[in-house]
Design a protein around this ligand. Structure first.
Ligand code: AMP
Ligand code: MN
Ligand code: MN
Length: 322
């Protein structure tokens, strides 16, 4: 466990960053820690770095104080790298890691090999936000931290639904609620509410989805021209893979969207047996056993074919072991 007070003794500049295309947990864990340090270490210059966040997070406390680029002479004494399975996932903020005197990584990805000076990695934790909570003194926690950590936990547990939700997760959520946060508002505004166009593209993805491998796998893809047609970007596609996964009796959901010609961002989810983290890691990505991602080249057909081969292998092993 990290001792924050020890780590931050006489530290002047602290930088905090999360992974590229920040989700609720990357955003919530970074801003949660940010508000805590700002309140309790007033002498320290604390900055958060994140790529552009989805419009749904526009009311999240501190979102307007986020830096999107690293300044020329910015060299942190301590750099917190949150919710990042590897250095690549930092994108442009890897520069902060390079310049930092000390790098602290807090994460819950099973694929994280521990690339920092200090690594606090707990693969069975629900979220990085839960791990940040464990480092903080409850009494000294401002409500803005509680709101952000609650958002992170809500997003990575799919609103306390996924198997990563533990009794401790629920206890932490209860403690955060007692801080006086608008829990229902956070869940609705940042997780469930969708714009009209987001719902339209979700409908399109569902309409064009295909069942494969004896209906064990559900697959859908969105091409750039469809995103252009509906006027949406990648962050508007968050949550589509989860809706695909809610199709009864499927074991794996595969969702792709085109990031450039012949290049696709791949999202994988599984219900019970398939370890999608090892599949994503095989293709250069990573994640968790039930939720993982990677980027792959080729036609949609190539990508799906390559992934389903791995799923088939795992399901065969599962059958053989029975
Ligand atoms: P996504 O399908 O993008 O929502 O990602 C599912 C999970 O896998 C999240 O926890 C991501 O942080 C993680 N993940 C996605 N892409 C990658 C990647 N390229 N490398 C490592 N982890 C990833
Ligand atoms: Mn994340
Ligand atoms: Mn996470």
């Amino acid at each position: 466990m990290i001792n924050l007070a020890e780590e931050l003794k006489q530290v002047r500049f602290v930088a905090i960053a999360g992974h590229v295309r920040p989700d609720g947990d990357a955003t919530g864990s970074c801003l949660g820690l940010y508000h805590y340090l700002k309140k309790n270490y007033p002498e320290t210059d604390v900055r958060v770095y994140l790529e552009n966040t989805p419009q749904a997070y526009s009311k999240v406390p501190g979102i307007d104080e986020v830096f999107h680029e690293v300044g020329e002479n910015e060299a942190p004494d301590v750099f917190f790298c949150l919710d990042c399975a590897d250095e690549k996932r930092l994108g442009g903020f890897a520069e902060l890691k390079k310049r930092a005197k000390r790098v602290i990584c807090i994460d819950h990805h099973v694929s994280n090999g521990g690339f920092a000076d200090v690594n606090y990695i707990v693969p069975d934790a629900s979220s990085t936000s839960e791990l940040v909570f464990r480092l903080l003194d409850e009494e000294k926690m401002p409500v803005e931290t509680a709101e952000n950590l609650y958002m992170g936990i809500v997003h990575d547990t799919g609103v306390f639904r996924h198997s990563c939700t533990s009794p401790e997760t629920m206890e932490i959520a209860a403690t955060l609620m007692r801080k006086g946060i608008d829990a229902a508002g956070i869940i609705n505004r940042t997780f469930y509410d969708k714009t009209y166009h987001q719902n339209q593209i979700l409908g399109r993805a569902l309409l064009e989805s295909i069942l494969l491998m004896d209906k064990k796998v559900i697959f859908s893809a969105i091409r750039q021209k469809e995103m252009d047609f509906y006027g949406v970007g990648p962050s508007d596609l968050d949550g589509i893979v989860q809706v695909l996964m809610s199709t009864a009796d499927t074991e794996v959901a595969i969702f792709l969207y085109e990031v450039s010609p012949q290049t696709f961002k791949v999202s994988l989810r599984s219900r019970e047996f398939v370890d999608v983290s090892t599949i994503a890691a095989y293709f250069g990505g990573g994640g968790h056993i039930r939720a993982a991602g990677c980027t792959m080249q080729g036609s949609i057909y190539d990508v799906v074919n390559n992934i389903t081969l791995h799923i088939e292998k795992q399901l065969r092993q599962e059958r053989d072991s029975d």
